[in-house]
Design a protein around this ligand. Sequence first.
Ligand SMILES: [Zn+2]
Length: 406
Amino acid sequence: MPDYRVFPVWRGTGVAGGGGNGDDGGWSAAWSRCLRWEHDGPDRSRIPVFDYLAWLVLSRRVCQRGRGAVGLSADMLSIKLPQLFHSHQIPKVFREDSIISGYRRPHSSALDCVLSSFQLTNETLNIWTHFLPTWYFLWRLCALCSSMNVLSDSYTWPLLIYMLLICVYPFTSSCAHTFSSMSPESRHVCYFFDYGALSLYSLGCAISYSYYVMPDPWINTWLHQHFVPFAVGNSVFCTSLSCYSRFLELQSAKRSKALRTAAFVLPFVFDTVPLFYRLLLCCGGGTMSSSDALYSHCYHLLFAFLTCFLFTAHLPERLYPGRFDYFGHSHQLFHVSAVVGTHFQMEGVLADMLSRKAWLLAQQGAPSLLGTLGALLLGLILNLGIIGVFSAALMWTSYHSARSQR
Ligand SMILES: [Zn+2]
């Protein structure tokens, strides 16, 4: 006789008392039937899905009985969630294009912001679509660290820096979205850090591309030797321009968006020029034609273009304002597309790194500490300095505007 069990791992006590009617017996009897649900009746044609449906009904009754047993009323169990706001109820600085409802209270506390990530608001999926991938990339980083000799093999250092930065940028973004409703100033500072992390990510891409992805004919050329220093300059430009764009947001949203887009497109195009060369002009020869790597790089570029499109187009919410406030608006899709693109980029970099190792080490030598960790530290210090300057300018402006209004 087939033995269908909902939870086959453990047989609960009091099973014998359960005959299939959820009203028989007390709370414990019903609970035991939840733990084990045997197919022992005459109806042999019954399939497990009916058992499952019966289990759902039974669990509901068990929950109701359990609630009664400890004396809790439905009102006591219902948790009152903080009120959400419409766009016309909050200051302009907190509003998002074509998002009408689901805004958190402006001037929330830090604890409110953290708790709001468990409430459905228009920011919830923005938070989680970057928080969860952080753990995925961190897991990949840990797996690589455990499988490679990262301390003594300097060939792995560019990869480590890249992997570290693809963990940092989604985490910073997730934090920025979480704490962006504390105050107008904190919102700006949160996104300054978000832009800084993205800018450092572009530097990490340049470092890894310089050592693993560069086309064969470009190795040891002037561009190759200056690729990482240029990328440090690009990250300074990117962070400065994107932070500056926030100051223009209230006066001219279009100009602000155009500047911010340009700030991120420039380092992306610079980093990707070697890859374009490989894909468009010479993917058929030398060590650079590893098909695994090229497929991954192609998918990465596809998602990179989709990411840029979603960031600038504000679709689909621009077509149906208010309909995608909670699920499916462009910023959530932008996050998902960016993360999927980063996954393919990581696979492409890894494939190139492993398949071209012997040839690259023979041609360009091992990566130096200055060219890898040195470049990262310089980029980090410069970016933190820029964020500090813009934050100070913001506080200064807010302080003087508050004083003039008194
Ligand atoms: Zn975001």
